[in-house]
Every structure is written in structure tokens, then in C-alpha cells.
Write a protein that binds this ligand. Structure first.
Ligand code: ADP
Length: 500
């Protein structure tokens, strides 16, 4: 297909004009080195925009600005109510610019515009609206201490304060660029922290546009700094920076471990939302058609570039052939194309590197003896397209079953009994998500308890909401994003004791 058939961006065109800069201390500035990098439309391979390439020196400037804004700036003195209103306005502005942000996301990441609009942008706005409400609801408690080594008539009044941590570094991935920025920024701002955000080098555009919208919403200078750049330079500096109080990371388990090590210098707080290899389980008493549709959505949504994608499909023996046939025919009916085309169901992978990774796993799967029931190949056209793929004949030792592919590739495996299934489902060093399809509610809830994963879906898949904590067991991460639970990642608790 010729690249000229791509529907032009109706709303994002203006933002794409001219080179993009770093947001530091409320100003749009060049990188100290003067260097830039190009961001590419993965649906065509063509350059979309030139972006200032932040590195360690720019991170240092941004951290200084964030420190000043935290210690001396208006952010530390602003009332919780006003802080909440600003966070709420960010959500409003995202909703007002939904079409533009969705187009930026589609052009930079590759995903279909309908997905960008319906999932990324809608969830990002909602995340800010949800977190805005917390700004006025943070509270400590009053406590009566019993102190055995003091005289019995000693009396105290004690209470706890919940205080922001200070300067927070946030490093985010390319699969949901705007939404991951929202997951990170919403709670950090609602709790009164200041931030240096490093978007992924593959997809810096929506975070930069969000930076403009945050200034428009009234976020004071220095409170949010956005510094695109590479992981090994800008990201690494943020993780090790001695004046950063916390690092929040979403990305691969491999880089998560590097970040955790880098953070030990000043023992900054660390939260990590990492990879997954999530089991999706279909029992023979399930609504099998719904399970097939759910399993297909669980792996093919967003090109499979989802950390919680249901990439291991376990099907009870008697329904195995039917489910494999169903998901294969669902895969074949997916219209793969440029994300800006209205009828596209699945876009390209984000980059050449990701394309190489996914096609490597496809080859490896075949070498290890698994069969591609459908798909299994790259698509010969400009951009980074691969076929939605269903694999059978893989076993628990195969790389395709153990390792995160991060692409539209599902391995289907039969199982016979629940105990064996639970063992197989947990046979992974990841523990991010799982799916269970059955009409037997007792079985569903019992199994949900046995599965070691941060999110378990029953008769549905890929349900995310600002209210729902999200994160991983085992090597899928530390801590939770979203919900009330995320707030504690951004707050210290202080006990204050008064002798009466
Ligand atoms: P992927 O392999 O899927 O691209 P990564 O985990 O490499 O995912 O990247 C996620 C984010 O982590 C990106 O913003 C990237 O720039 C950043 N990153 C990569 N390497 C490092 C590193 N050594 N230190 C800090 N951040 C990094």
C-alpha cells in the first residue's frame, strides 16, 4: 500500500510544525547539547517531527527547577482545593483536545485512531479527573500512644501528617504514551509533588503537547518538566539523580532492574510497573464465543503492545479446537493498516526495534517446534507491520510461552484439570494480569485467589479504570498505579507526638 493513502491529520497538523523543545521551568528550551532526534510514523517509516534530545545536563536543569518549585514556589503554598482544580482542568483540556491528542498518538505510536480516542485519551482525561478529587481528601489520623517505659499518667496527643515526597522522576514507555504520562502525573500532582517526566524516545509528542496543556491549565513553572531523550542518558540520569526523591517507571523488567539499582545511591523511593506474560484461561463451561472474542481482544488490542496482554491462552481440552479455530478466524478478520485509516483494527508495531523483536520470536517459535495456525509473518509494506498470530504446539519451556513478546502473538495450550492449570498459570516470573472464562462463579473466584497476578479478569479482559489499582506480583513490578492505592507511592507519613 502506498504511503500517500494515509488520511491526513486534521487536528494534529499544527503541533507537528517546527522542531519540538524541552519543557523546563515553564519554558520551551533547546537541549543544552543542541542535539535533536527524529520521531517516526511507524505506519510509513517517515519522519514526523524533530525533537530536542535531553540528556544528563538537561535532566539536572529540570530537577533544579522542580526542586525550586517544590521548596519555594507556589506549589508548596497552594491550597489542596486549588491544586485539585488545576489537576481537574488538565483532564478538561485533554478532553477538549481529544481529536488532536488521538492523532498525535496514532501518528507517533501507530495505534488506530479509534483506540487512541476511545482508550488512551478518554482514560487519560478520566485519570486526571479522578486524581483531582484526592487532592482535598488526603488526611492523616489521630493516635493515642501507650508508652510502657514512661509513668502511667503520661499523656500524649499524637497525629500523622501525609506529605508529598518532593521531586519525582517519571520514566514512561511508548505503548500508551499519553495514558502512561497521566497515570504518573495525576497522582504526583494531586499529592503536591513536582515532576520531571521523561517520555519514551519513540513517542515523545503527546507528552510535549500535554506539557503545553498543563501550563494552560495553570500548573506553575517548574512543577512539571518534560524532557524527551534516550533511556541510557536522560532516563539513567533521572534514576540515579541525588536530588530526586522518587522514581516511578513503567517499561521492561530488564530496565526496571537497572532503575532499581540506580536508585540505591540516595535510596530514592521506587515504583515499577513492568512486563507480563499473562494467562487467559477458558474453561469448557464458559460462554465460549464470548471467551474467544475476549481472548482475541486480550492479545490483539493495541497490536499486543500491552504489558497485561493475555499472551498465554489455556483452554480446557474439550473446547481447545473450537477456541483455537475461533481466535484464528478472529485474527484473520482483523484489518491491519495505518492507524489513521478509519477501517483499521490494528496498526503497525511502534519501531524497527520492536518489529525485529516480534519477528525474532515468531521465527524462534517455529524453530522450537510450535505451529503458526494463522499469521506468523511480517507484512510486506512500508512501516512495521506483522500479522496477528495464533500459535499451538508450544510448551511451558518454549521462549514463546515464557518471554514477553509485546506483539500480537498468542500461544494456545490445552489443559485438563484445575490444579494443573493453576500451576501452569503461575509458572512465570511475571505476575501482572490474568483472565478466567467460566460460568461457574465459585470456580472463578477460587481460581482468582490462587493466581499470582495484580489484576484478574473474570469473563472480561483489559478493563482499566482510574479507580482500579494496577500493578504486578513477582517480576512484574513494585507498587500499584491508580486507585487510592497509588497515593501512598507519592506521600510520606509523619508522626507528630505532643506531650500534654
Ligand atoms: P522497551 O524495551 O519496550 O522500549 P524500555 O523498558 O526499554 O522498553 O523503555 C521504557 C522507558 O525506559 C523509555 O522511556 C526508555 O527511554 C527508558 N529507559 C531505557 N533504558 C533506560 C535506562 N537504562 N535508565 C532509565 N531509563 C531507561
Amino acid at each position: 500500500m502506498a504511503t500517500t493513502s494515509v488520511t491526513p491529520a486534521q487536528h494534529a497538523g499544527a503541533f507537528l510544525q517546527g522542531p519540538k523543545k524541552l519543557l523546563i521551568d515553564g519554558e520551551w528550551v533547546d537541549a543544552a547539547s543542541g542535539r535533536t532526534f527524529e520521531t517516526v510514523d511507524p505506519g510509513t517509516g517517515e519522519v514526523l517531527a524533530t525533537v530536542a534530545e535531553g540528556d544528563a545536563e538537561d535532566i539536572d536543569r529540570a530537577v533544579k527547577a522542580a526542586r525550586r518549585a517544590f521548596e519555594d514556589g507556589p506549589w508548596s503554598r497552594i491550597s489542596p482545593s486549588e491544586r485539585g482544580r488545576i489537576v481537574h482542568r488538565i483532564g478538561d483540556l485533554i478532553a477538549e483536545h481529544a481529536e488532536e491528542l488521538a492523532e498525535l498518538e496514532t501518528l507517533d505510536n501507530g495505534k488506530p485512531k479509534a483506540v487512541a480516542l476511545g482508550a488512551d485519551v478518554a482514560l487519560a482525561a478520566d485519570l486526571f479527573w479522578y486524581m483531582a478529587g484526592w487532592a482535598t481528601k488526603l488526611k492523616g489520623g489521630t493516635i493515642t500512644p501507650s508508652v510502657p517505659y514512661l509513668p502511667g499518667d503520661s499523656e500524649f496527643h499524637a497525629y500523622t501528617l501525609r506529605e508529598p515526597l518532593g521531586v519525582v522522576g517519571q520514566v514512561i514507555p511508548w505503548n500508551f504514551p499519553l495514558l502512561m504520562a497521566a497515570w504518573k502525573l495525576g497522582p504526583a500532582l494531586a499529592t503536591g509533588n513536582t515532576v520531571v517526566l521523561k517520555p519514551a524516545e519513540q513517542t515523545p509528542l503527546s507528552a510535549l503537547r500535554l506539557g503545553e496543556l498543563m501550563l494552560e491549565a495553570g500548573v506553575p513553572a517548574g512543577v512539571v518538566n518534560v524532557v524527551p531523550g534516550y533511556g541510557e542518558t536522560a532516563g539513567a540520569r533521572l534514576a540515579e539523580h541525588p536530588d530526586v526523591d522518587k522514581i516511578a517507571f513503567t517499561g521492561s523488567t530488564e530496565v526496571g532492574k537497572i532503575i532499581a539499582r540506580a536508585a540505591t545511591g540516595n535510596l530514592k523511593r521506587v515504583t515499577l510497573e513492568l512486563g507480563g506474560k499473562s494467562p487467559n484461561i477458558v474453561f469448557d463451561d464458559a460462554d465460549v464465543d464470548a471467551a474467544i472474542a475476549g481472548a482475541a481482544q486480550g492479545i490483539f488490542f493495541n497490536q499486543g503492545e500491552v504489558c497485561s496482554a493475555g499472551s498465554r491462552l489455556y483452554v480446557q481440552e474439550s473446547q481447545f479446537d473450537r477456541v483455537v479455530e475461533g481466535i484464528s478466524s478472529a485474527a484473520q478478520s482483523i484489518k491491519v493498516g495505518h492507524g489513521m485509516e478509519a477501517d483499521t483494527d490494528m496498526g503497525p508495531l511502534v519501531s524497527q526495534e520492536q518489529f525485529d523483536r516480534v519477528t525474532h520470536f515468531l521465527r524462534l517459535g517455529a524453530e522450537e517446534g510450535a505451529q503458526h495456525v494463522t499469521g506468523g509473518q511480517a507484512i510486506d509494506r512500508p512501516g512495521y507491520f506483522v500479522q496477528p498470530t495464533v500459535i499451538t504446539g508450544a510448551d511451558a519451556q518454549h521462549a514463546i510461552v515464557r518471554e514477553e513478546v509485546f506483539g500480537p502473538v498468542i500461544a494456545a495450550m490445552p489443559f485438563s484439570d484445575v490444579d494443573d492449570l493453576a500451576r501452569q498459570a503461575n509458572d512465570s516470573h511475571y505476575g501482572l494480569a490474568a483472565g478466567i472464562w467460566t460460568r461457574d462463579i465459585s470456580k472463578a473466584h477460587r481460581l482468582a485467589k490462587r493466581i499470582k497476578a495484580g489484576t484478574v479478569h473474570i469473563n472480561t479482559y483489559h478493563v482499566f479504570g482510574a479507580e482500579l489499582p494496577f500493578g504486578g506480583y513477582k517480576q512484574s513490578g513494585w507498587g500499584r498505579e491508580m486507585g487510592e492505592e497509588v497515593l501512598s507511592n507519592y506521600l510520606e507519613t509523619k508522626s507528630v507526638i505532643v506531650g500534654l
